[in-house]
Design a protein around this ligand. Sequence first.
Ligand SMILES: CC(C)(COP(=O)(O)OP(=O)(O)OC[C@H]1O[C@@H](n2cnc3c(N)ncnc32)[C@H](O)[C@@H]1OP(=O)(O)O)[C@@H](O)C(=O)NCCC(=O)NCCS
Length: 432
Amino acid sequence: MATFGNGRRVAIVAGVRTPFAKAGTAFKSLSAIDLGKLCVAELLQRTNLDGKEVQALVFGTVVPSVVEPNIAREVSLMPLLPKGVQSYTVSRACASANQAITDAADQIALGNLEVAIAGGSESLSNIPILHSKAMADTLVAASKAKTLPARLKIFARLRPKDFIPITPAIAEPTTGETMGQSAEKMAKLNSITREEQDHFALRSHRLAAAGTADGRLTAEIMPVYVPPKFETVLTSDNGIREDASYEALAALKPVFDRQYGSVTAGNSSPLTDGGACVLLMSEEKAKALGYTPLGIIKSYAYAALDPGEQLLQAPVLAAPVALKRAGLKLQDIDLVEMHEAFAAQVLSNLKGFESKYWAERAGFSEPVGEVDRAKLNVMGGSIAIGHPFGATGARITTTILNELRRRDGQFGLMTVCTAGGMGFAMVVERNQ
Ligand SMILES: CC(C)(COP(=O)(O)OP(=O)(O)OC[C@H]1O[C@@H](n2cnc3c(N)ncnc32)[C@H](O)[C@@H]1OP(=O)(O)O)[C@@H](O)C(=O)NCCC(=O)NCCS
């Protein structure tokens, strides 16, 4: 980033997203590609940018379509964009949109690009369901059989278990542990109580409901008229509970460790559909086109740890590096946006920021420090808003920059935890 010695700074000009809808609800008929196209078209319209200016589109998705795996290319092949737009897909689990943004930003900083769109989308309503290996082999063999009896003979080899479909699990391939089980483990290792988790989830819903009611959150959202009839419209996130209560949260049964657990459907982020994207330009190009950017990318860092350890704790290793690269301390930061995969994860990350042990693991002698709760996820987070895996990074980037402007703040820090034990942190600076 802007550290290549050529002095080029990368501006985030604007960001927009679809509403986030719980999987299986309003957007179940839309693919991740549809959701991506919707938000990219809206971004171009809101910024009044001629699509011919866009040189690249970088997009992330976590559970890609088996038949259309390069989501970025499919999204870019829309009437508003020229066919010459370079488009490629990135994958870094729940930080995929962040990876898209930093990839595009690096190319702009290097001088290879002037204008790019980056983001991501996800449809967890439309995850691919695969045949078992035995079934797949049988189908291939049967398609090659020359006669009907030969084909029937091949099908006769199938056993009942071969008919069981394979669905992608939200589990670590190396450990077999699901995300929820990892969150349970982190709650226990970091002494995070059920009460603390439920209070954090309640806070997420209350703040998101307030941000929706007063229009701050909806400002980043486009209305989506739902095909095929276009008779219903979704204008805000449908997982936010205005009536959320501590009592209702406390009454929910643990999902991932039914006997001794504390992680519930209420204090986890829900499975969600949605898309989000941002418009990136070199500062000079933004100026030449007459834009006042939301802000610039000051620094970023990725980190990783053993997924079998504390799967969602790597933001604690990434944040101090991003702060150091920005030449800043936590006290300089006006707003903090942390992806909320689970309340147990956010609370573990917050404890980690205060811990000397984690500071030393990140290569620092002093901890990042205590995050002022008044600056943290001020319009709620993924627990209430929802978490379409590939889109969340672009949602957080847009949210923090819009809110920095409203508060007249200068610096924002965002963090995202991901599958595979990876973490991301970025510092942005509002354009003064
Ligand atoms: C936790 C999880 C398994 C729950 O799935 P689910 O059972 O389909 O969730 P639902 O939304 O149906 O909620 C279950 C119940 O809890 C209730 N509930 C959920 N949140 C609630 C809240 N805040 N207050 C009160 N009740 C709530 C629902 O109303 C529902 O009740 P019902 O069974 O009476 O209808 C699923 O959301 C999940 O896997 N989340 C984690 C996703 C993940 O791993 N993300 C990766 C992070 S990087």
